[in-house]
Design a protein around this ligand. Structure first.
Ligand code: KIV
Ligand code: ZN
Length: 403
């Protein structure tokens, strides 16, 4: 096995990272694929990895090479074919896992070995049957083995959010000493609350020696719907890498949604003062691609990429948006790759939106014709849930013919 890196820490942890730069680590192809029903074949994974490159994520976690021959092949193919982002492979703190991950990553221009070990009491006792000292020893061993191959090594303390903060600080300190360049603090079961998670990051920043030698990362699951909120609370507290997936897919209720975290930091730059490298215009096409490939539909009211995210039905809102888009929109649809907002005609719509529709569809109606058509539309809208263009055309043309 080739040994191409020393255990010396690189001068700069990550040249792309400045004080206010958040690294976007995408795990759609690893944790995202762990969504029940989301498995993907090799060519689908390559297509998604290319889309993630175009989205300009910093790190693509391409898989868990020891998990299966298919995962190994996927990591190897992505490492060969997708240039630009760092390619990461997951491994337990065990030699055979680390060797396998390193083999799979060989052809990547930028490689990262991502080792993990659980640290919480419940995992120590029931899953690993290990005392605290053994956890520290194995974590250090894992990082040391990975650093013997690679100068970019991430350590994840699985179930960190439920780990005693002082013990977590000890583990983090020891893995940084062993050469970890990123330390990841997962909320593996989506248990944390934003203030508490922010306190945990502050605790690590104030209790871990040399914490600034590594990037603090967070990896939040969404069991209580807090994955994005917790990730954002963590970056506000000083974390500088967010692990996330497209459309928030992932184990159980999923992971932090990339599009929501990125657009929150961008839209509320005034609050966060943080930057990512994401090409936000590629967000919607990537969301569609992942949904089409995995067959996991995006809920209609999902923030940023749901069908209703930029649609207005209420008359008061439609009137406002027609006058000035920012009355009811805090982001421009074009900024996330959606062509335009949508004024949906339904029973809550008013005459401003109806007139807008009439004009956009090339009709010139007298006041009387307009009034008749609008009344007919309101009657129809009370009876029919979805109003299509053809419905309105039919009632306008029917009205005109009856004159
Ligand atoms: O949720 C988790 O803890 C993980 C780790 C392997 C990072 O996915
Ligand atoms: Zn996870």
């Amino acid at each position: 096995m080739e040994k191409n890196a020393t255990t010396e820490r690189p001068e700069q942890i990550d040249p792309k990272t400045s004080d206010n730069r958040v690294v976007i680590f995408d795990t759609t192809l690893r944790d995202g694929e762990q969504s029940p029903g989301a498995s993907m074949n090799l060519s689908e994974k390559i297509v998604i990895a290319q889309a993630l490159r175009d989205l300009r994520v910093d790190v693509i976690e391409a898989g868990f090479p020891i998990a299966s021959p298919g995962d190994f092949e996927a990591v190897r193919a992505i490492a060969r074919q997708v240039q630009g982002p760092t390619i990461a492979g997951l491994a337990r703190c065990q030699k055979q896992d680390i060797d396998r991950a390193w083999d799979a990553l060989q052809d990547a221009t930028h490689k990262r070995i991502h080792v993990f070990l659980a640290t919480s009491a419940i995992h120590r006792e029931y899953k690993l049957n290990m005392a605290k000292e053994e956890i520290v020893r194995r974590a250090v061993e894992g990082v040391t083995m990975a650093r013997a191959y690679c100068d970019d090594v991430e350590f994840s303390a699985e179930d960190a959010a439920r780990t005693e903060p002082d013990f977590l600080a000890e583990v983090v300190e020891r893995v940084i000493e062993a050469g970890a360049t990123t330390v990841n603090i997962p909320d593996t079961v989506g248990y944390a609350m934003p203030n508490q998670f922010s306190d945990l990051i502050h605790h690590l920043k104030s209790h871990v020696r040399d914490i600034d030698k590594a990037i603090i990362s967070v990896h939040c699951h969404n069991d209580l719907g807090m994955a994005v909120a917790n990730s954002l609370a963590a970056v506000k507290a000083g974390a500088r890498q967010i692990e996330c997936t497209i459309n928030g897919i992932g184990e159980r209720a999923g992971n932090c949604s990339l599009e929501e975290a990125v657009m929150a930091m961008r839209t509320r730059r005034d609050y966060f003062d943080l930057e990512t490298n994401i090409n936000t215009r590629a967000i919607f096409p990537t969301s569609k691609l992942v949904s089409n490939i995995t067959g996991l539909h995006v809920q209609r009211n999902k923030a940023i990429v749901g069908q209703n995210a930029f649609a207005h039905e209420a008359g008061i809102h439609q009137h406002g948006v027609l006058k000035h888009q920012e009355t009811y929109e805090i982001m421009k649809p074009e900024d996330v790759g959606i062509k335009s907002n949508q004024l949906v005609l339904g029973k809550h719509s008013g005459r401003h939106a109806f007139r807008n529709w009439v004009e956009e569809h090339g009709y010139t109606l007298s006041d009387e014709e307009f009034q008749r058509a609008f009344e007919a539309f309101k009657v129809l809208a009370d009876k029919k849930k979805d109003i299509y263009d053809a419905d309105i055309e039919a009632l306008i043309e029917g009205g005109l013919n009856r004159q």
